[in-house]
Every structure is written in C-alpha cells, then in structure tokens.
Design a protein around this ligand. Structure first.
Ligand code: GLY
Length: 564
C-alpha cells in the first residue's frame, strides 16, 4: 500500500514537473526539408506537425498563427490583423492584406478635441483605439486559396487544445502579464484570466473562453467571428469601452490579395508588402539607393556605410510620412517613389562627410511614446519550397488591452497607426499626412515588412520582424548582412542594429553597434545618437546549398526554429 502511494505520488510529481516545464527554444537550426520560425516553441512545433501531416507552408502558417493567439497573446491574435507574402513553388508571389480597417463611423478628426488638438492616448487605449479585426478573415482567405489540408478545423484545433489545457508561460510572458495587470483590470474588471498576484515562469495559463471562440472558428470559419454571438460580443465590449465598431463593420470586413512590391537588388529579387504597408516601398527605396554605393567594400558598421544608410533612411521616412497610406483611398505614387531617377534626385544633396539635418527635409522634433513595439512574425518554408512570410499584430502589447467578454481575446489598438493629425507623431514617433488620414473602412498605414528574396528565380530568403517603425530598417539590415556582408542567417539576425526615421532626428542604436572611432566620426558629421534597448526581433530562413538555415532572434528568448 505504502509502495503504491509512493508510485502515485512520484507519477504526480513527474507529471506536474513536466506540465510546468517551459521547453527551451532553439534559435538556430539547419535542416533539409522544411522549417518554421516563430516567437514561440509550441507555435513553431505546431507548424511543423502540420507540414508533416501533409500540409503546405500556408497550412503551417495558419496553424502557427492560431497557436500564437493562445501562447503569445501580447501580439499573436485573432483580434488584430496582419500582412503576408506567399510564394508558390512555381515562383508566383502574392501579397495578402488583412490589415484592420477604420470603423464606418470613424472620421478624420476622430481623436481631436474641440480646439483641434489630439487627445492623448485616445487612439491607443480602450474601445476607440480598436480597428475592425482582419486576422480570422485573412488566415481563412490564405487557406482557401493556397491551403493543401482540406479540413480547416485541423489548423485551428491545436490552438483550441492549448487554450483549453493551458500551457506553461515563459519568463518574458510572465513579465509582460505582470507589467500590464493594471491595464487589464481597468478595461476588463470582471476578467481574471490574465490576472494573478504575480506570474512566474512555468505558471499554467488556461484560456477557456478563447478555447470556446477558437472552437467556433474551427467549426464555421470566419462566419463564427464576423457574425453571430462573437461579433455581437465584440460590438458590445467595444461600445462599453468607448468605441464605435458596429455589426455592419464586422460583416463588411474583407481580406485583400494585392500585387507585391518587387524590386531588384544586385543579383537578387526582393518581394515585399505594398500599401497599406509602407514596408515594401521603403525597403525597395533603401535597397535601390544603397545599390549605387560600394557598401561591401566600405564594410559592416563602418562610418561610410552607416552614414549612407542613415541618410537614405531619413529621406525614405520623410517620403513615408508624406506619401504613404492605403492606396484604395489615396493615390500612393508607388512607381515614382521607386523610380531610379527619383531616388537619384532624392540623394542629390547627400554629403559623404556631413549629416543633413531632418529639419532641412521637414520640420519638427519630438520624443517617442514609451509603449514597446509589439508585433510578431512567422517565416515558413515547406518541402516544395513554397514560402510564407507573415507579420501579424495587435499594435501595442496586448493591443488596446480590451478583452472581448466571454470570448477571451484581446482587441487591437491599430487605429494609432493612422495619422491623427498631420505632423503629430503616433506611438512610434511616426508622423503622417493626408495619405494616412482616418476615413471609414480605410486601412491604417503599417510598417510591417514581410519579405521574400529570390536569386535566379529560386527561393533565397524569407524574413520579417516586429518593431514598429524599426521593422523596415531591421529587414533592410538583415538583407545587407547576408548579401553584402557575407553573414550566415544566424549572424545576420543577431547583428546589432541602428535606425533613423527622419524624425526624431537621431540615430537609434543598440549597445555595442559601433566602435568608438565610428561613433566619433558620426558625431563629427553632425549626427545625434541615442542608445535604445533593442530593435526588431527578426525571424528568418535562408536557403543555401540545398539546405534551410533558420534563425530566431536572441532579442526575444522565446523565438524558436523548428525543422526537419
Ligand atoms: N502596428 C505596427 C505596424 O503595423 O506598423
């Protein structure tokens, strides 16, 4: 009897330990056949399971996304939106835009007071910050057009199970859940799912309400989200929290397939996201500009290379502020912005020895908002070399912090990506103008830059990152690191980063990016510098010598590469 008791106790102990173990993610892997890189091990593993069950890259991406909505709730989502590039094995590429839209009742001056001033925080917190979510429609549209697995529910059920049974949270998730506790309680006083005295690594997070919603989506697809009780609950909660989304907004939401931005860079072709993202245009402009200079010879993080990249970035982000927005609402001059003669003209006043002050390009100076930049990215390559680069977001950490009562998911605060007023910065310090003004059903401008690079018609690289305004420059640097500075994928992702976005007029850089001599030369040329904690969390896959090299980013300890 005593023995039996001991065995039962031991088994219980082993089971509990196993349940509470957060498995260590791997951030570098070389494999032969297929690969998934995401911000969480359970999510990447689910993607690989789907591939092994005969799914293709799109199926894997969909399942990985749904799992992220459970295990990475700060950015993985069903209440947000995203953008993706899909490249099929025959070399055809398409862009899928499932960005949120402004509600029908929205208008240009939505966030202004009677005297025309922006009301601080209104576009970032609570119901009025919420854009009409696009994720469920987008993932379904991708699967409908490209998926191989016939049964949609198979792609959603892994997420249902994790939400139901719970999972052991990582240290970084525990940290964030603790950090935002007051915000969760403010907007959701009756919801205790994410509330604990103090979350610790290994604590089990169960989300029964989210499991119920995901089960409905598994059964009925987007209809379960955009109509019926979930839609009603979204409207009720948004309204209660000061917002204006209606049932009509949800019913009208559509994901859109678009032509990607395709730009040559040396022997490579870069395929990236068109408006409503600024990512593809800005990345294309940056690559085209630097292609005229011998950056490979100048070297990595030298004064000459850095100064050139920064001066290009200032001009490109100035263009972004003026000309980029949802092209369904504003005639974004994509061809002109990417035109060689235009870019040559743009760099005509480039002085190799002197920084051009941003107020000679545009006026104004301000500080970045303190909110951290949360979005997430998934890169997938399957056995046929079909590839998906998918970036998805709630905007800030846990979006607006508003949770849909009874259905357990966070709603985005993507409305802050619109320009609330010309020249007034959003949380990323980005400014905008008419092109990105608010209008009913318009998509807010994004910096998300899901990207695929090919060489000689073959898949070469799949990459993307979170990071708000620094997304574009993180992708830009990662591409240069591989192509010009001969780094492998892992080193290219870990390499230190810097960023200039025209305003504020300083170079943001990570600790140890530049040696002292380079810092001195940059200052001497007139650059201001500001050290930041980190920028970008790139997830990338490189195809080389018939193998796949995957890299997560050590800037997020949870990033994980899985492959076979
Ligand atoms: N919400 C960040 C972006 O789309 O750029």
């Amino acid at each position: 009897m005593q023995k039996l008791f001991l065995i039962v106790s031991l088994s219980f102990l082993i089971f509990s330990c196993k349940q509470n173990t957060v498995q260590k993610p791997q951030q570098h892997l070389v494999s032969d056949t297929a690969m998934v890189v995401s911000a969480n091990r359970l999510a990447s593993k689910t993607g690989i399971d789907i591939l092994k069950q005969g799914g293709n890259a799109v199926d894997a991406m969909v399942a990985t996304n749904f799992v992220l909505s459970v295990v990475y709730p700060r950015a993985g989502n069903i209440g947000g939106g995203g953008l993706m590039i899909i490249r099929t094995p025959d070399g055809k590429a398409t862009a899928l835009d499932y960005r949120e839209t402004a509600p029908l009742k929205a208008h240009k001056d939505l966030y202004l007071d009677e005297s025309g001033q922006v009301i601080e925080g209104l576009s970032r917190n609570g119901g009025l910050a919420v854009g009409v979510p696009g994720t469920v429609a987008g993932l379904y549209a991708a699967w409908q057009k490209y998926g191989h697995i016939k049964d949609w529910s198979k792609l959603v059920m892994p997420a249902v199970e994790l939400a139901e049974k719970g999972f052991a949270i990582s240290e970084s998730e525990a940290h964030r859940l603790n950090k935002y506790k007051d915000d969760f309680l403010k907007w959701n006083p009756d919801n205790k799912t994410f509330i604990k005295d103090h979350w610790l690594k290994g604590d089990i997070l169960k989300q029964p309400a989210l499991a119920k919603t995901l089960r409905m989506i598994a059964g009925k697809g987007p209809e379960a989200f955009y109509e019926g009780p979930v839609a009603q609950a979204i409207v009720d909660k948004v309204t209660k929290s000061g917002g204006i989304i209606t049932l009509e907004d949800l019913k009208k939401y559509k994901a859109k397939f678009r032509n990607p931005i395709v730009v040559p860079y040396k022997d490579y072709t870069v395929i990236s996201m068109p408006p409503p993202s600024s990512g593809g245009v800005a990345l294309g402009q940056l690559l085209k500009i630097v292609s005229h200079y011998p950056v490979k010879k100048w070297g990595f993080h030298t004064y000459k290379t850095t100064h050139l990249m920064v001066e290009a970035e200032k001009r490109v982000y100035a263009d972004r502020a003026e000309y980029l927005g949802d092209s369904d609402f504003y005639p974004v001059p994509v061809d002109t912005l990417l035109d060689d003669a235009y870019l040559e003209h743009r760099m005509a006043d480039f002085d190799p020895l002197k920084a051009t002050p941003s107020d000679r390009i545009f006026a104004g100076e301000f500080e970045l908002h303190k909110e951290s930049f949360e979005t997430t990215h998934i890169s997938v390559v399957d056995k046929n070399r079909m590839a998906v680069s998918c970036t998805t977001t709630l905007n800030s950490n846990y979006g607006s912090k508003v949770i849909v009562d009874g259905y357990g998911f966070f709603l985005n605060n993507e409305m802050d990506d619109f320009s609330a007023k010309p020249g007034v910065p959003n949380q990323f310090g980005l400014i905008g103008a008419e092109a990105n003004a608010i209008a009913p059903q318009k998509r807010m401008l994004s910096s998300m830059t899901p990207t695929i690079v090919t060489k000689d018609g073959q898949l070469f690289m799949v990459l993307g990152t979170p990071g708000g305004s620094t997304i574009i420059t993180s992708v830009f640097q990662t591409i240069l690191n591989v192509i010009d500075f001969d780094m492998n994928m892992y080193d290219a992702v870990q390499a230190k980063r810097f960023h200039h976005q025209f305003l504020p007029d300083y170079i943001m850089y990570e600790k140890k990016t530049f040696d002292k001599a380079v810092m001195d030369s940059l200052k001497q040329a007139g650059h201001k510098l500001k050290q930041v904690k980190y920028m970008g969390i790139v997830k990338a896959i490189l195809v080389k010598d018939g193998k796949l090299e995957g890299a997560g980013d050590s800037r997020n300890k949870d990033d994980d590469v899985e492959g076979y």
